[in-house]
Design a binder for this molecule. Structure first.
Ligand SMILES: *[C@@H]1O[C@H](CO)[C@@H](O)[C@H](O)[C@H]1NC(C)=O
Length: 208
């Protein structure tokens, strides 16, 4: 790599699905997949600006399309769903992935003119340990399917790497990538008002 190429920062982070609460009492998916990374990003933001050009890549999922954000429920229960069964937690995962997409959108708006750009990616469906906390029958069902059809972790890293390394992506800050190219996220994920509201609520919930 030559010296003119930006040295981007990447957040490769842990993503969860499963019952239970975070230490701060948030639903696991919302707390870990969204709020934790929201806070981490904000804590690193000054440094990222000083090191500009830099990039922030957030791993969302195609499943954000099934997501929604119920702010009233979030206020009331610190979670995006009500209940602990597998279907409910799957929906909580989808909601948290919509939050990842909305976060990227609002972040891009706030970072305009800073030379810090941000992207969110659907990595593909990848064989990982995401299901490590799922019920045994779900893993028994998914393991053979994943061996056959899912990307291996190397394949699953390609779109993320594209957003980290590809030169000239800056004008596409805030956009959603799939298969190493820009793609159209769901209508909700492109809703600036919703993105702004989630940002403000997340600031409050994260205590900043
Ligand atoms: C952004 O990058 C351009 C090109 O390198 C530079 O001219 C400009 O001063 C930078 N802006 C900020 C806010 O760092």
């Amino acid at each position: 790599m030559n010296e003119n190429v930006s040295k981007p920062y990447v957040f490769v982070y842990k993503c969860v699905i499963g019952a239970g609460r975070t230490q701060d009492g948030f639903g696991m998916e919302f707390g870990v997949n969204h709020l934790g990374h929201f806070l981490l990003t904000l804590l690193l933001l000054d440094r990222l600006k000083q090191c500009a050009p830099s990039r922030i890549v957030t791993v969302t999922s195609l499943l954000h399309r099934f997501g929604d954000v119920d702010f009233a429920l979030l206020d009331q229960t610190k979670d995006l769903v009500r209940g602990e069964n597998s279907v409910t937690r799957f929906m909580a995962y989808c909601h948290s992935k919509l939050c990842n997409s909305l976060f990227t959108r609002e972040l891009a708006n706030r970072l305009e003119g800073t030379n810090v750009s941000c992207f969110c990616v659907h990595p593909g469906v990848v064989r990982t340990e995401l299901g490590r906390n799922s019920q045994w029958w779900m893993n028994a069902l998914l393991t053979p399917i994943s061996r056959l059809f899912f990307l291996d972790p190397e394949g699953g890293a390609q779109t993320t790497l594209h957003c980290v390394l590809q030169e000239g992506l800056e004008p596409l800050s805030g956009r959603y990538f799939s298969r190493c190219s820009v793609a159209q996220g769901s209508a909700k994920s492109r809703d600036d008002a919703l993105a702004k509201k989630l940002w403000e609520v997340s600031e409050r919930l994260a205590g900043i």
